[in-house]
Design a protein around this ligand. Structure first.
Ligand code: IPM
Ligand code: MG
Length: 367
């Protein structure tokens, strides 16, 4: 029996819908394994701006710091999209939260469920067996460098900077993970042009001696973008900076068929936050068509990485897999041959997940 306090930041757009299903999954897991999970909710993003004027109110920081793990839905609202001059924006809340909690290591596993091979726009034979773990640096790089706008507004500037220590702490985690997997580490940079990338490459190269069993391959980001869809199976663990990782993981999501399937974990020394890779998808918010599986799989990552509950986590993953095996889909992962009655809404697939999970937790097979 373990007691855990979980802060839920539902956020914007489809965030509240998808995170509420992940919460229900966690509640059922707690019941099945006799844990006690206590949930508290706090505001982030546009939801927080609308209520308080601040995308990351101090109460939200407090709530997050006082919890064992954080589950995030998504942030972002179209209100801000066509007016880049708006100073206070939802994404600032997420970035400030990552920085405040020191969540420098963003894990993004890219793994295809066999059932979804045909949902991708890529050829199934290219995808089958692809299994990549991205380590995206999350609290440095161009996202957090100095930025400015000239007085007359005609020039904008951002700075990309990395320190050796920032590279080392995430590279270490990536080397260790590669050692436990297939032993291949691709480090992605643009060292043919950028100084911050030269430092990145030198630093990772120096560390390679500590991990003789891991094969380190340096790759330029433009080539990596191409190789990812040409032959994703060549990759095992991929280590990248903040912006390259943002772009490459959206691209890599197509390997799994849909952005709607991808969970992530953002880990620091003290706190950890779990969120789907997809955004707030305002165009489909409130329509009961969003795919909650990425958030449910993020909850599974929480169980494993924040609470060390491997069995609990695996039950959630198996549940998702079995619901897909049974043929159920949301619209984003349906293919041309999916029967219409198997294409479910957010609520209906959520209910299928809970039903399947109940069977797994409470109805041991009696022979
Ligand atoms: C992500 C998102 C965020 C990012 C946005 C919402 C700021 O795209 O988590 O990948 O760029 O990091
Ligand atoms: Mg992104």
């Amino acid at each position: 029996m373990q007691r855990k306090k979980i802060t839920i930041l539902a956020g914007d757009g489809i965030g509240p819908e998808v995170s509420s299903w992940a919460q229900k999954v966690l509640q059922l897991i707690a019941k099945g394994f006799q844990h006690s999970f206590y949930f508290q909710h706090a505001l982030l993003g546009h939801a927080a701006i609308a209520a308080t004027g601040n995308p990351l109110p101090p109460e939200t920081i407090e709530a997050c710091k006082n919890s064992d793990a954080i589950l995030l839905g998504a942030v972002g609202d179209p209100l801000y999209d066509n007016d880049p001059s708006i100073k206070v924006r939802p994404e600032q809340g997420l970035l400030a939260l990552r920085k405040t909690l020191g969540l420098y290591c963003n894990l993004r596993p890219i793994k295809i469920f066999d059932e979804l091979l045909h949902a991708s726009s890529l050829k199934p034979e290219i995808l089958q067996g692809a299994d990549i773990l991205f380590f995206r640096e999350l609290t440095g790089g161009i996202y957090f460098g100095k930025r400015s706008r000239s007085a007359d507004g005609s020039q904008g500037m951002d700075t990309m900077s990395y320190t050796k220590e920032e590279v080392q702490r995430i590279a270490r985690k990536a080397f260790i993970a590669a050692g436990k997997r297939r032993g291949i580490l691709h480090s992605i940079d643009k060292a043919n042009v950028l100084d911050s990338s030269k430092l990145w490459r030198e630093t990772v190269q120096e560390m390679a001696a500590e991990f003789p069993k891991v094969k380190l391959i340096h790759m330029y980001v433009d080539n990596a973008a191409m190789q990812l869809i040409r032959d994703p199976k060549q990759f095992d663990v991929v280590l990248t900076g903040n912006m390259f990782g943002d772009i490459l993981t959206d691209e890599a999501s197509q390997i799994t068929g849909s952005l709607g399937m991808l969970p992530s974990a953002s880990i620091g020394n003290q706190w950890s936050l779990f969120e789907p890779i997809h955004g707030s998808a305002p165009d489909i918010a409130g329509k009961n068509i969003a795919n909650p599986l990425a958030t449910i799989l993020s909850a599974a990552m929480m169980l494993e990485f924040a609470f060390d509950m491997k069995e609990e986590s695996q039950v959630v993953i198996n549940t998702v897999s079995d619901v897909l095996k049974a043929g159920y889909r949301t619209a984003d992962i349906a293919s041309a041959d999916t029967p219409l009655n198997m294409i479910l809404g957010t609520q209906e697939i959520g209910e299928q997940i809970l039903e399947e999970l109940e069977v797994k937790l409470f109805q041991a097979v009696v022979i």
